[in-house]
Design a protein around this ligand. Structure first.
Ligand SMILES: [Ca+2]
Ligand SMILES: [Ca+2]
Ligand SMILES: [Ca+2]
Ligand SMILES: [Ca+2]
Ligand SMILES: [Zn+2]
Length: 759
């Protein structure tokens, strides 16, 4: 077998990216929102290096270690992660450089190739590797061009004849202008043909599967995009339509739920569905070819661009019966396609991009029952269809990795997937269960799936599931004491003893659910007067003052409050619509809405683990002149309004009600005399500023204080009683069990014994 150097480079890439042991291990690039020069200086000092070219107050990009990130976050500034893993980026870059320099024979993939060049290349594989490659013509296009493909599979082996191997089909170029799609399919052909016998993953792929590749389905359109009188941006086939326009969109012409949403009835439109389902030779040929493959297990239709992994359905937002299975494949494909640092997002086609009916994967899955995807290749719109040619190889490499991962997943004996979501937290003592699906694939499921559960630090112990019918199983999970957690994973067994776990690498990784109780401390839907006030010494707005009212709609202001009916009222800047969008918005300065005093302390006898303030807001500053220049600070006082600190700054113009939640951290420690305020303001150039606030909720996640007074661990015992009374007699604050302040009293004794008895 011919042995090309770049194949070795490819293998090196597959290993070098996974290993991260460089100088930037764990480093991330963070975008931190600073508000003052002091904050900017502090963030800069806390970082490894500043990435921003010209750092200033506002958003600054810094490279930080995990410890530095924790310190920056402790400052309470908004942080978002730009680069999750700096070392991985550096590794990927180094691997790419090494791979490219090692390539002796990569010239074919250095640029885009014509219809004739691509078909000649298929013939070259068949001539060079006749034992494993076979070229075929599936049929003819409208203008009579061959729709050519190649089958790759290892020669017959004892106990493993070719004719029994599961088949997978990958095609490109339903859409003519998406030139990276045939190149990606050709890269798969090249890697498998050249790598068989020398690269273990390629050898295994062709030993276990028959891989069928069709680089160009819409040959007429593809040739048209290359013609001298070219229309490089041509998408459809070359059907002459009634009315003089050309082209049916092949990927709206497939006959499963044909004619629904996301396909045009107008012949000149780029998504014209055609006069009837399967009206076009290209879709007929592919339909008949697919129907003739008896062992087809999976299919990918390659398109560009957007970097998406799209599973059925396209025609409806409803999820398919195999949604959990598609989700499992999608997550693995996402990981596999990220090998070069690119993000491919996976999900159902309809809701991940847009509704589209008559698409190929809907038919392949809906009519043939074969798992089928659209993969939208690079990029995400920077160059779109005119992808630079130097992206062909990296696109091919990451999609080869995706295809290998797809094959790996098809090989698995059983599929174990979640049928209920993993709760991050539950209430203490709550009864709860988890549902999983366990399906046979190459093996038959044996017995019931099992959940392995433990408290953190303990040993995993099994709990058997019970069947809910079909492939669905339920596990009754143990209820949890407050401030404890459960770690768990699931396991299923095949008839030959094959073990499958969820998560796949359990017990190294596992799910976790925490238990604690939630207490509301201050809840206000603004329907009654709870004592909010308008105005502060700094207020200087001339119009658009806060008022509690039923808002009237304008292009910048909601027509309804947020509270579900019968709620009608919220706080809003000038509730009346007036004659124009600017008639009743904030003008000339700021107007301040201040809450009544509320307590953010946990209930007596409990210990808080987290205190949160949430509210629903409407904010608009993107209408009219000087848009997007104003913001609305949200401030918090821990001393009844004497002093204030910034909790956050609202600036997003979503034109809808949105919920914001802030967690009170050490810098804003909860007290019994809290207030919050919202400062709506039109500063600088006059602009349209509208704001509204509704459904405020302050709540604490807390657990009862433990009777283990001296913290010795284990169940409370006599020593805890002795230590409590010693502290109580001494008037020590630690004996103030209910947190009421002052000298410990009888109430503290009662509460302590309640906790002690509880254990
Ligand atoms: Ca309300
Ligand atoms: Ca208004
Ligand atoms: Ca204004
Ligand atoms: Ca302004
Ligand atoms: Zn496309």
């Amino acid at each position: 077998m011919k042995h090309r150097p770049w194949v070795i480079g490819l293998v090196a890439l597959f290993t070098s990216v996974a290993v991260g042991d460089g100088p930037f291990d764990g480093h991330q690039v963070l975008r931190v929102e600073t508000r003052t020069l002091q904050e900017l200086a502090a963030v800069s000092a806390l970082s490894e290096t500043v990435w921003s070219c010209t750092p200033g107050v506002g958003a600054v990009d810094v490279q930080a270690t995990p410890a530095q990130r924790a310190q920056i976050e402790a400052m309470g500034l908004p942080v978002c992660v730009l680069v999750d893993d700096v070392q991985a980026l550096v590794d990927a870059e180094a691997a790419q450089i090494a791979m490219t320099r090692a390539q002796a024979d990569a010239a074919w993939f250095a640029t885009f190739r014509t219809f004739d060049e691509i078909h000649a290349r298929l013939d070259h594989y068949a001539a060079t590797y006749p034992a494993i490659c076979e070229v075929f013509v599936a049929g003819q296009t409208l203008e009579g061009r061959p729709i050519k493909g190649i089958r790759l599979s290892a020669p017959d082996m004892p106990g493993n004849p070719r004719a029994t191997r599961p088949q997978v089909l990958f095609n490109g170029t339903q859409h003519a202008r998406e030139w990276v799609s045939p190149m990606t399919v050709m890269f798969l052909a090249d890697s498998l043909a050249e790598g068989y016998g020398s690269v273990p993953a390629m050898t295994a792929a062709l030993t276990d599967f028959e891989v069928i590749l069709i680089p160009i389905v819409n040959a007429d359109g593809y040739v048209y995009t290359w013609a001298a009188s070219q229309n490089r941006m041509w998408r459809k086939n070359r059907r002459p339509n009634a009315g003089g326009s050309f082209g049916v969109d092949p990927n709206r012409n497939w006959g499963y739920e044909w004619g629904g949403a996301g396909a045009s009835t107008t012949p000149s439109n780029d998504t014209y569905r055609g006069p009837s389902a399967f009206s076009e030779p290209e879709t007929q040929v592919m339909r008949d070819f697919i129907s003739a493959q008896p062992r087809l297990r999976a299919h990918i239709d390659f398109h560009s661009y957007s970097q998406l992994i799209l599973s059925p359905w396209g025609y409806t937002p409803d999820v398919p019966a195999d949604h959990d299975l598609f989700t499992l494949f999608n997550r693995r494909l996402e990981t596999a396609l990220a090998i070069n640092g690119m993000t491919y997002l996976g999900g159902p086609s309809n809701t991940t991009i847009y509704p589209a009916s008559g698409v190929m994967p809907d038919w392949v899955y809906g009519a043939r029952g074969v798992k089928s995807w659209t993969i939208e290749l690079r990029d995400t719109g920077q160059t779109g269809f005119i992808l630079p040619a130097d992206q062909i190889l990296p696109t091919g490499i990451e999609n080869l990795n995706g295809v290998l991962t797809l094959l790996d997943t098809l090989r698995e004996p059983l599929y174990l997937t979640l049928d209920s979501s993993v709760p991050a937290a539950i209430a203490s003592s709550q009864t709860w269960s988890m549902r999983v699906k366990a399906r046979s694939n190459t093996a038959v499921l044996s017995g019931m799936p099992v959940a392995h559960v433990r408290n953190p630090g303990g040993e995993f112990a099994p709990i058997a599931a019970s069947s809910l019918g079909q492939d669905t199983f339920s596990v009754e999970m143990p209820s949890l004491g407050c401030n404890t957690a459960l770690e768990y994973y699931f396991e299923a067994q095949g008839a030959q003893g094959q073990i499958v776990r969820l998560p796949a690498d359990a017990p190294a990784s596992f799910f976790r659910t925490d238990a604690f109780d939630v207490y509301d401390l201050f809840v206000d839907d603004m329907e009654t007067d709870r004592g909010w006030t308008v105005g502060s010494p700094q207020d200087n707005a001339t119009a658009g003052f806060w008022e509690r009212a039923d808002p009237e709609p304008t292009p910048a202001q909601p027509g309804d409050d947020h509270t579900p009916a019968p709620g009608v009222l919220c706080w809003v800047t000038g509730a009346a619509a007036g004659g124009s969008v600017g008639a009743n918005d904030v003008d000339g300065g700021q107007t301040t809405l201040t809450s009544p005093v509320f307590s953010a302390l946990p209930p007596a006898g409990t210990v808080a683990r987290r205190t949160s303030i949430s509210f629903w807001y409407w904010y608009s500053n993107n209408q009219g002149s000087n848009p997007n220049q104003d913001t609305m600070p949200v401030e918090l006082s821990t001393d009844g309004g004497a002093t204030w600190q910034t909790m956050g700054i609202i600036s997003g113009n979503l034109n809808r009600w949105e919920q914001q939640t802030y967690t009170l951290m050490s810098t804003l420690a909860p007290t019994g005399t809290m207030r919050m305020r919202f400062i709506a303001r039109d500063l600088g150039g006059g602009s349209i500023v509208e704001a509204a606030i509704d459904d405020v909720r302050v709540y604490v996640e807390a657990c009862p204080r433990s009777g283990d007074f001296n913290g010795s661990g284990g169940a409370p015992d006599d020593a805890d009683v002795a230590d409590f009374f010693a502290a109580w007699n001494a008037g020590d604050p630690s004996a103030d069990f209910d947190g009421s302040g002052g000298t410990p009293d009888d109430a503290d004794v009662a509460l302590f014994f309640e906790a002690w008895n509880r254990g």
